[in-house]
Design a protein around this ligand. Structure first.
Ligand SMILES: Cc1ncc(COP(=O)(O)O)c(C=O)c1O
Length: 424
């Protein structure tokens, strides 16, 4: 006797999805990389690597070694080795993940502080221009720090509404900038929709207007190959705790294109940005080059974890990471079309793979309740962004196709339960 109840039908579909996912996992050339990361036994699918990346096993060993040997035994003498880490790790991050030649990246401070330093330096370099442009939907910290900077300087902040799913395009940016524009701050990959924007095209539009472009790379670094030099980007910053797996609160990075380094001066004049910090003499004379964007003592433990995260990605290869990420997000969109669209979910991420970062966002009128339910049951780890978005992060080295099938089944199950609760 066949059981044709909706529950039995759902579990048959889920079994089908799981079998398909298992095949994809077997032929995944990057499947082995999961073993490089710490994971608990019988853990739920983790689809939130776009908030906090997983812990690489080797980072634990390296951190212990730095703590015991370099700090414990070496004590203050270890500063001989530590002093150059912000520029050394910056160069390596630039080479492996950012398409940036040496001498243009440092690892220091947080993303918020770095964006502030770069935006302030840019505004000081263009005193005759009164307008700063950003995306109305940009990440809050980006908008807030621009609001503060423009309020302090009596400048105008132009919050532009771009397409909700596709984000800013060169054409749309060209209508928002003009000869009054000093700075344009945009995200390379949007934190809500996961849209990947045309960095080279937009940088050209901004440059042609005589303004400077500042990029937030938090959702692209480590997930999408970035070509700062080739895109002729001016300035960039981003975090290392998502796809670089350097841990909560790990230091961020900033990039200043070589051609701007003599022209820009950052606002936080600390001793680490000064020539010969230990000379202790009165006047502040900035260091030559990218080192002038440093301010205070480097966070050595965090820098160590950034270095490990970058080396791990160098081993995996950012192109291989990208191609698995696209396979994951394409597969997830296919599953969402089949299993979730009939339950009221709507895709809020570009379908065009070339315009996608490493996450899939779905909208549902009851997303908040659905996510709270899944949070409570612990079946899957994903996140909710108000008012109605569910984000499913697909960090390629640590996400399997089976994780995606399980997450979709959980979302579908929660949506069906909500509806039947209402009906009952
Ligand atoms: C796009 C973007 N910018 C900035 C940040 C956070 O900046 P900070 O590390 O300074 O808190 C985030 C955090 O998720 C982000 O997604």
């Amino acid at each position: 006797m066949s059981d044709s109840s909706p529950v039995a039908e759902d579990s048959a579909l889920f079994a089908e999805d799981l079998a398909e996912a298992a095949d994809l996992d077997r032929s995944d050339p990057l499947a082995w990389a999961r073993e490089l990361f710490w994971a608990g036994a019988a853990e739920p699918p983790y689809l939130d690597g776009n908030s906090l990346g997983r812990l690489p096993k080797r980072s634990v060993r390296r951190l212990l070694q730095v703590v015991e040997e370099e700090w414990g035994r070496g004590l203050v003498r270890s500063w001989n080795r530590w002093m150059d880490l912000p520029t050394k790790v910056g160069d390596r991050l630039g080479e492996v993940l950012l398409g940036a030649g040496p001498g243009q990246v440092v690892v220091a401070d947080s993303t918020s502080v770095n964006l502030y330093k770069l935006a302030a330096a840019a505004l000081d370099s263009l005193p005759g221009r009164a307008v700063v442009v950003t995306d109305r939907a940009n990440f809050p910290t980006d908008r807030y720090l621009l609001a503060g900077l423009t309020a302090n300087r009596r400048l105008n902040l132009r919050l532009v509404e771009f397409d909700e799913v596709m984000g800013p395009t060169p054409e749309a940016v060209s209508t928002a900038v003009g000869e009054d524009t000093a700075l344009v701050l945009l995200s390379h990959v949007d934190y809500r929709s996961g849209a990947l924007v045309d960095m080279a095209g937009i940088s050209t539009v901004v440059r042609d207007a005589g303004a400077l472009a500042l990029w937030d790379l938090s959702h692209s670094v480590g997930a999408v190959p970035v070509s700062l030099d080739d895109s002729r980007a001016d300035l960039a910053a981003g975090c290392t705790y998502k796809y670089v797996n350097a841990g909560p609160g790990s230091p961020a990075f900033l990039y200043v294109s070589r051609h701007l380094q003599g022209r820009l001066r950052q606002p936080i004049w600390g001793w680490m940005g000064k020539q010969d910090p230990f000379a202790m003499e009165q006047p502040y004379t900035p260091r030559e080059g990218i080192g002038s964007f440093l301010s205070g003592t480097p966070p050595i433990l965090g820098l160590t974890l950034v270095e490990e995260g970058v080396e791990l990605l160098a081993e995996l290869g950012i192109e291989r990471v990208r191609s698995k990420s696209l396979a994951l997000t394409s597969h997830l969109i296919g599953l969402a079309d089949r299993r979730l669209a009939p339950l009221g979910f709507q895709l809020a991420t570009p379908r065009d793979a070339g315009r996608r970062g490493s996450q899939v966002t779905l909208r549902h009128p009851r997303a908040r309740e659905l996510c709270a339910r899944l949070d409570g049951s612990g079946e899957v780890i994903l996140d909710f962004r108000p008012p109605d978005r569910v984000r499913l992060g697909c960090a390629a080295p640590t996400t399997s196709f089976t994780d995606l099938a399980r997450a979709v089944a959980s979302l579908a199950g929660a949506a069906v339960e909500l509806t039947s609760k209402d009906a009952g």
